[in-house]
Design a protein around this ligand. Structure first.
Ligand code: ZN
Length: 349
């Protein structure tokens, strides 16, 4: 998971009007002609409706509703050539060229809606996709702490929470409650693993919530579903076993997380795993030592969440820091087009 989508503010309405105008006039694709030799990688987590009444897991992980995802696939079909990881590896090996405006569709974590909602739409468009699995959460009831927290906040009768640093945050409606949940999850990201685990284990007690057995297992895909998708051209990459931020654990632990995740997928699918997605994927979440661990494991391409499309030259120079665009359900189709535009590189650096 990763989430950083800013809330829309009234001040941004002029910017939004300009963006919509740029989208409608096609200006949004300015400079595109100079970017034919590029690789544009989009990053999804979940395809679902976060506003449905019974949605009780982590909303910021929802990348798009099925309807929006379908429209985004239409946009890719119109302006890009969707490729697979296999195409990229063969290109890295010098065995073939990538098409102009190459695009790769990726998903992180391994949520069940990738199978139930995204997969049928990918098949409709005849698109491959690459799904990064956090293997410790596939076919187990182990929760991601952000989903566990979201569940507790959605079902609590309480109206406040005391944070580990002693401050108390309270809420009087579901929007405020979602904000407090988000603050708590962001704080967890900054803590060392062992300390984080104590607060995570304690949250249901503090909020007076008991979680039904199997709840988190039902949120994720199982191996039969993964194998069924594999047969239909969906590829799978590693995303660690437990989803730690790799710069916050020892290099030895990082190696175990990478290799453990890779070998479990290989045992289940009977195929070498060639792709890796860094958990959280920001600049501070990886470094050269970690890139080397990933490369030494036999992975051929690794993906960050640094935004913006990449030139093919850049990717060839270092296929272990490939950029991806994080997609949020708050993005309109104009936002999506802007994220995928070369202009995004000049804005995001
Ligand atoms: Zn993730």
């Amino acid at each position: 998971m990763y989430s950083n989508t800013p809330e829309a503010s009234p001040r941004s309405s002029l910017k939004r009007k300009l963006l919509n105008l740029a989208y409608e006039t096609g200006l949004i694709r300015a400079g595109r002609g100079l970017w034919a030799k590029s690789l544009t990688v989009v990053n999804y987590h979940r395809i679902d409706d976060p506003y449905r009444k019974d949605f009780d897991s982590f909303k910021p992980n929802v990348s798009a509703t099925p309807q929006d995802f379908d429209r985004q696939l239409d946009y890719l079909a119109k302006w890009f050539n969707v490729v697979s990881l296999k195409d990229i590896v063969e290109w890295l090996d010098g065995r073939k060229d990538l098409p102009p405006y190459a695009a790769l569709i990726t998903f992180d974590d391994g949520y069940l809606d990738n199978y139930t909602s995204a997969f049928p739409l990918l098949r409709k468009h005849n698109f491959p996709a690459l799904i990064f699995l956090t293997t410790g959460h596939i076919a187990t009831d182990a929760p991601f702490y952000w989903d566990m927290a979201a569940y507790c906040f959605a079902h609590t009768q309480s109206d406040h929470l005391t944070f580990p640093d002693g401050r108390v945050e309270s809420w009087s409606n579901s929007e405020q409650r979602d904000q407090v949940a988000k603050h708590w999850i962001e704080l967890m990201k900054t803590l060392p693993q062992a300390e984080k685990q104590i607060y995570v284990d304690n949250l249901p007690v503090l909020l007076g919530v008991s979680i039904p057995t199997g709840f988190f297992q039902r949120l994720m895909m199982n191996w039969d579903q993964v194998r069924e998708m594999q047969k239909e051209g969906i590829e799978f990459g590693a995303h660690t076993v437990h989803h730690p931020i790799l710069t916050r654990i020892s290099l030895k632990q990082a190696r175990e997380e990478v290799i453990g995740s890779k070998s479990t997928i290989e045992d289940e699918l009977g195929e070498p795993v060639l792709g890796f997605g860094y958990p959280n994927g920001q600049a501070s979440d990886l470094n050269e030592s970690i890139e080397r661990v990933v490369a030494d494991s036999g992975i051929r391409a690794a993906f960050t969440l640094l935004s913006g499309p990449a030139s093919q030259d850049e990717v060839k120079q270092n296929p272990y820091t490939i950029r991806r665009m994080f997609i949020s359900h708050k993005h309109s189709l104009a936002d999506y087009a802007m994220l995928l535009s070369p202009v995004n590189r000049y804005w995001s650096g």
